[in-house]
Design a protein around this ligand. Structure first.
Ligand SMILES: Cc1cc2nc3c(=O)[nH]c(=O)nc-3n(C[C@H](O)[C@H](O)[C@H](O)COP(=O)(O)OP(=O)(O)OC[C@H]3O[C@@H](n4cnc5c(N)ncnc54)[C@H](O)[C@@H]3O)c2cc1C
Length: 396
């Protein structure tokens, strides 16, 4: 198609960094330089863990550096500043309670309650268009894996899984009652069937008149484009609206390692190009079925973001159509977020928050992603440098 001319420029750094002061930009420059250094990230991760175990006072340092760039704060209240700053530029916030790796029932209940707090915060609040949670935040990983493999659960495990279902139902019903859309994040493939089944149940229940619950599909898996298509068939058959967040996927190395160790076919596509192709085909599929699908493109990829904007233009879909969102992570790809929002598209950023130590796995993942994924750090750094140069010349 591509017959209408799209007017969208992701290289406009003035718009991209409008919200950042010179000193904030200097800090971003320093951070992206640091996490671009492979060995530094490799030794930095265990060093930070050790420093915490030895009770060294590194919390303040982390809060003044990486937290400033990637995290909203330790609590919802701490996030107010970032929420307001984003909203000044028509960018919404998705409050993401990023505490990971917990295994106790009390922690799962706490995360459930915290997620419910984010829903209450989002109620009727145009600054916060979605809520989000991870199923592993409210359930034990091994239990999800056992359910995934259809293994027989012990009586205790059955009770435990009933509690998991009740937590998820509580979160989704609160979202439904308060008209707040909610994403369920995608995770490792060996628990994803369980997550998909839980998400589908919630969609059947709460998406009858509009998409409230959104599942997530990772297009770095070679079976997921088909899964997307089948999911729509199921939604049509059972009369509910389909909500989906499309991502490429964050666990590539882990997936490959496990598949190799356990001798099964790696579920990940055999090339980046194939992930890109399926991602872009998924965008086209959602646009073709926009009457039944609401979706969010969770991506930092410029081509995919441009493609979606082009598809919207070609299909006469308004930039601010409420069924379509673009989303990036806080502190990353501001050139996409701010330029898209400036052009009138719906944009929301994931804003992680939580106690410093508990948010570390999230931060380590971001650091690893920025060193291992070809291009991302280079991209961020180049944009920051371009803007610093632009400012320096503009003030001359
Ligand atoms: C708002 C938002 C929400 C997210 N939610 C989730 C979530 O719920 N679950 C989740 O898993 N991730 C999630 N992510 C992370 C996401 O999956 C990606 O890891 C990240 O966004 C990088 O991909 P990209 O689309 O931005 O683009 P790019 O930088 O263009 O692509 C990088 C990605 O391509 C894929 N890739 C890279 N090399 C290869 C290769 N050799 N072969 C095959 N594939 C390859 C990988 O997925 C890699 O992460 C989210 C991201 C955002 C922005």
């Amino acid at each position: 198609m591509n017959n209408k001319k799209l007017n969208l420029d992701f290289s406009n750094t003035e718009i991209a960094f409008k919200s950042k002061s010179d000193s904030e930009l200097r800090m971003s420059n320093f951070l992206f330089k640091a996490i671009g250094i492979n060995w530094l990230v490799k030794i930095g991760t265990p060093l930070v863990e050790t420093a915490f175990s030895l009770h060294l006072p590194i919390k303040t340092l982390i809060k003044k550096t990486v937290y400033q760039q990637f995290v909203g704060g330790e609590s919802i209240t701490d996030c107010e500043k970032a929420i307001d700053n984003l909203y000044k530029y028509n960018i919404g916030t998705i409050l993401d309670y990023s505490v990971e790796g917990k295994e106790a029932e009390a922690d799962f209940d706490f995360t459930t309650q915290e997620t419910i707090e984010t829903i209450h915060k989002a109620k009727g609040n145009s600054k916060i268009p979605f809520s989000v949670f991870k199923v592993t935040g409210v359930a034990r990983f091994e239990l999800l894996s056992k359910v995934n493999d259809n293994l027989t659960l012990t009586t205790e495990e059955q009770t435990e899984f009933e509690k998991v279902k009740a937590r998820i139902e509580k979160i989704c019903s609160t979202a439904f009652e308060n008209h707040v859309r909610i994403f369920i994040d995608a995770e490792e493939s060996w628990i994803q069937n369980t997550i998909d089944a839980l998400a589908t149940k919630m969609m059947e229940k709460f998406n009858k008149t509009e998409a409230i619950v959104f599942n997530t599909i990772q297009l770095y898996r070679h079976d997921r484009l088909e899964f997307l298509k089948n999911s729509l068939v199921a939604a049509n058959q059972n009369n509910y609206f389909y909500g989906v967040k499309l991502v490429r996927g964050a666990y590539m190395e882990k997936e490959a390692k496990r598949a190799l160790e356990m001798n099964y076919t790696n579920p990940i596509q055999n090339s980046k190009e194939n992930s890109d192709a399926d991602y872009n085909n998924a965008l086209s599929f959602c646009i073709e079925n926009i009457n039944k699908i609401s979706f969010c493109a969770g991506t930092h990829n410029e081509n995919s973001s441009k493609l979606l904007a082009q598809l919207m233009l070609d299909n006469n879909i308004a930039n601010n159509d409420k069924r379509i969102y673009f989303s990036q992570l806080y502190g990353m790809s501001d050139n996409l977020s701010y330029n898209l929002a400036n052009a009138g598209y719906n944009v929301a950023k994931y804003l992680p928050y939580g106690p410093v130590r508990a948010v570390l796995p999230y931060l380590f993942r971001r650091a690893a992603e920025n060193t291992s994924v070809k291009g991302q750090t280079g991209r961020e750094l180049n944009l920051i440098l371009t803007e610093r140069k632009r400012r320096a010349t503009a003030t001359k």
